[in-house]
Structure formats: C-alpha cells, structure tokens
Design a protein around this ligand. Structure first.
Ligand SMILES: [Zn+2]
Length: 255
C-alpha cells in the first residue's frame, strides 16, 4: 500500500534512505521523498518545502495533493503544529482532529468538478489507527478535537480567537482545512494529528514567539515520530470507509 505523509521538515530521517521523486502536476511540480515502512511505501511531502520557507497561504495545496494522487497514494496522514484555544489542551498536547470550521477566505481549495461530502471531513479508519497507535505507545491524545482554519500568515486578533472559542473550537491552524477538502475531492483517505505548540494569542500571557514554538516542536519530535510510525504500522490495506468513492471528474482535473 502507498501512504502519503505530510509534515514538517522534522520527518526526513524517519524512513532511512529516501528517494527523491519530482512529480509534475497540472498545478506545478512537487518534490516527494519515497521511503519504506514495513510493508508500506511511504511518500513524504514536506508541506512548507524542503527548507520550511513557504508560508501557509503560499503552499501549493492543489499541486501537493495532486502529486500524492499521481504517485498512487491511497491514504494520507498529516501532522501539523497548531495553537490551542481550548485551555484544557495545553502546550505540548497531541490531538486527533474530528471536525473543522474553515475560516480561510483566500484559498484555492477545490478542483471544481463537484460538491464533495464533507460531513465527516477525516477518514474514520486512519483515525482508528491513530487511536490504537497512541494506546500501544501509552501516549495520551485528545480526541474529538475541532480545528478552526485560518489563512495566516498573520496571527488572529484576541477577539477573533475569543469568538472561535465561544463557537467551541479547540485549536487553530493554517493548513489542514485546505488539504482535507482537496483530499476528499480526490478520494484520498486523510486524517490529521496535531501538536499544540503554543496557546494562541489572547489565551497566552506572552505574544506569539516563533522560537518558543520551535522549541516545543523539537521537544515533542520523538513522540510524534513514534506515533506516526505506529499509525503507519496499523493501517490496513483493505478499507471500507467512504473516502475512496471515486470522484472521477475531480480526479481527471487533478492528474
Ligand atoms: Zn478513508
């Protein structure tokens, strides 16, 4: 089975020797890194480019998801850093996304062929694999977490975040809503594990600090890697989830 892994640059050393694959898509060229984990062929996609230089609004999401599809990937696991707006999810927490509210306004997030069903935006089967992986590892994970997606790269105002919290949002992030919508159109299974690297502005006593955020990511790298590997081990090749319904028109537009 071919599995996609979308994450930061911290995952390069996860699969030993990686083979660089340059994939041409109708939306641009994407570099993927192919490795192996047990019986899975893994295609690692560094979301922000190989040097982490591309800001969230500038990521070429359509090219990225299209490249995974063209490579024959069926399931995609994504790992993201988020800000917590739920005080019960402290910095350093790992969460499994269940729902999202998309507040992005400037994203090209559809291949434009049909209206995809997003009632359950994430793959139930990958979610089960993530949960059982966390149990195997004895790692606590927050379930049923709702993300609010924002454009970035600027951070939100205090009042925006307070509003999101009154809506019941738990974490805020800039990438996953777009990835999830495109994955669904392509019939790709897609789920997300997040790491809360800070309390978002208005919920923290200190202003956003990139260094502090990187420090939390570094401190938690080991557990995130273990969770990713164990989740990949748990993924079964047979699937009866509904994500893979072939949306041929969208797929034709994307490859
Ligand atoms: Zn699925």
């Amino acid at each position: 089975m071919k599995v996609g892994l979308i994450g930061g640059t911290g995952f390069y050393d996860l699969f030993g020797a990686l083979e660089e694959k340059v994939i041409k898509t109708p939306f641009g060229t994407v570099t993927l890194f192919q490795g192996v984990h047990e019986d899975k062929e893994v295609y690692f996609l560094p979301r922000h480019g190989t040097t982490h230089g591309v800001l969230a609004p500038d990521v070429n999401y359509k090219a990225n998801m299209s490249a995974l599809k063209i490579s024959g990937v069926e399931r995609v696991l994504a790992v993201s850093a988020v800000g917590s707006i739920n005080p019960d999810i402290p910095v350093g927490s790992v969460s499994l996304l269940d729902q999202f509210v998309d507040m992005t306004r400037r994203r090209d997030q559809t291949f434009g062929a049909f209206s995809a069903d997003m009632t359950e935006p994430f793959c139930q089967e990958i979610k089960s694999s993530i949960l059982s992986a966390s149990k195997t590892l004895g790692l606590s994970i927050y379930e049923d977490v709702t993300l609010v997606g924002v454009d970035g790269p600027i951070y939100e105002t205090r009042q925006e975040l307070q509003l999101f919290r009154t809506w019941g949002m738990d974490v805020v992030g800039m990438t996953n809503t777009t990835e999830a919508a495109l994955a669904r159109e392509l019939g790709l299974c897609f789920s997300v594990i997040t790491l809360s690297t800070d309390m978002a502005t208005g919920f923290a006593e200190t202003p956003p600090n990139l260094e502090a955020h990187r420090k939390v990511a570094e401190e938690n790298k080991g557990k995130m890697k273990n969770l990713v590997l164990q989740t990949l081990s748990n993924l079964e090749s047979n699937t009866d989830c509904s994500c893979t319904v072939p949306y041929q028109n969208a797929q034709n537009a994307a490859i």
